[in-house]
Each structure stands twice: as C-alpha cells, then as structure tokens.
Design a protein around this ligand. Structure first.
Ligand SMILES: [Zn+2]
Length: 92
C-alpha cells in the first residue's frame, strides 16, 4: 500500500532473479522476459564474492522493476548473522 510509482517484482519473481544472479547465470527479467537487467554493482570479472557484504540491486531497464539482496562478503565468517544483534560476541 502507498507504493505509488515504485515498481517491484512480486516475491517469487524477485527470488528467481536473485537466484539467477547468485548462480552467475544470464539475467532475464521474470516479469517482461527481456535481458535488460542492470546489475549494480557490476559483476566482478573473476566471479568471486566481494570482500565485504554489499547490497546488489537488479533493475530491469525495460519495465522498471527492481529487486535487491545482500551478497555476503567472502572475507566474512559464513554465518547467518545479518540479524544478529551481537556480531562480535563470543563465538564458541
Ligand atoms: Zn522487465
């Protein structure tokens, strides 16, 4: 409600697009079917994860819909700590 002017993918569409990006496959807009997805930031040429977690935004240049997710940094511990209020607390 109240999202006038902002076009977002429906949840299953966003998940499909994000999954494709994580798998480094060709990005095709799940809504309009074009390949005009603009990724910010651009993919790294070596295809690896960034050193630190960063927000990735995928925007379709044709229909204007967008989705975003957090790509986990390769230098960070492999934990699901994005919602952890104590990221530096003792790890056993
Ligand atoms: Zn589109």
């Amino acid at each position: 409600m109240g999202r006038r002017g902002i076009k977002e993918y429906r949840a299953p569409e966003a998940l499909a697009l994000i999954a494709a990006d994580r798998e480094r496959t060709l990005l095709v807009c799940p809504s309009c079917g074009t390949r005009s997805i603009q990724r910010v930031p651009r993919r790294r040429s070596h295809g690896g994860a960034p050193l630190v977690s960063e927000r990735v935004t995928l925007t379709c240049q044709t229909c204007g819909r967008h989705a975003s997710y957090i790509e986990r940094g390769g230098a960070e511990p492999p934990r699901d700590s994005t919602m952890d209020p104590h990221p530096l607390a003792s790890r056993k």
